[in-house]
Structure formats: structure tokens, C-alpha cells
Ligand binder design. Sequence first.
Ligand code: OFO
Length: 166
Amino acid sequence: MAISKTMSDALNTQFNKELNSAYLYESMAADFYAGNLPGFAVWMTTQAGEERVHAEKIHHYLTENGERVYYAAIPEPQAEWKSPLAAIQGALAHEKFITKSIHDLVRTARKEDDIATETFLGWYVTEQIEEESTAQSLIDKLEMVGDNRFGLYQLDKEVSTRQQDA
Ligand code: OFO
């Protein structure tokens, strides 16, 4: 069954939101490097890589279904955050926005009676649970560390080991 124009446009929009996410996280990584926190920078670069995988999956799905992929302009991301905690809180807020966007896509697929796309989106629904929980657990650790510089140094070492899993 062909994908409807409404569904295809909505998937294209999501494709660009995923690229936008990657751009935002690369910008956070740059800020972490500038702030002498290379471990957090690696963590964010890894996150950005996962976002590109999320975009590629949609690219592949649209192409496989004979649909075109369109690239939109990516807005300039925020460049600086006042603390590592503020950056990760920003990442969590962004992930909540993306979760809502994915849920809206599922609703569109249901409206369009597009079972294949609804099934395809199931992966993203599950992935968003992980995205939010990963950001939340880093926030919890940063709150535990508080103003302790040595704690932040240790946490920076810990998060530097993150590997891409998408
Ligand atoms: Fe693609 O999940 Fe984050 O944004």
C-alpha cells in the first residue's frame, strides 16, 4: 500500500527534526569541549550519531516505499549553556518534544489507516523511552554531584565511555 501524501510529508518533517536533534547535540558537544569537559562532549557526539541513525531509518523507509526525501533548512542551534546540568536539562526537554512529535506521527498513521507506518514507528516510540531515561539519569547524577568539581571530573570520565547503540 502506498504512503499517503499526508503521511509522507509528516515523515519528512520528522526526518528533518532528527537531523535538527543531531545538530543541537553537536553544538552541546562543542560547548562541552570549550568548557574542558571532554567526556560530556563524547557523550553528546555519540548522541548526535544516534540522531543521524534515527534520520537515516526514516530516509530508508521513505525511499523503500517509493517516496522522496526532502532536506529542510536547519535553524542555528543554541551555542552555550550556563552549566552541564542546564545543557542536559535542555536535551531532556528536546527529547520530550521529539517524543510528542513521534506520538503525533503514530496518530497520523492511525488516521491514514497506515498499518505499515504505524508498525515502523513502534521502534521510535520505544527508542524515545530510552532517550528520555538516558538524559534523566545523567541529570540525576549531575544533581548528586552539585558544585563538587572533583565529582564533575569523575562523572566526565564516566560518561566518556558511552558508545552508540542505535
Ligand atoms: Fe531521535 O531521538 Fe533524540 O531527538
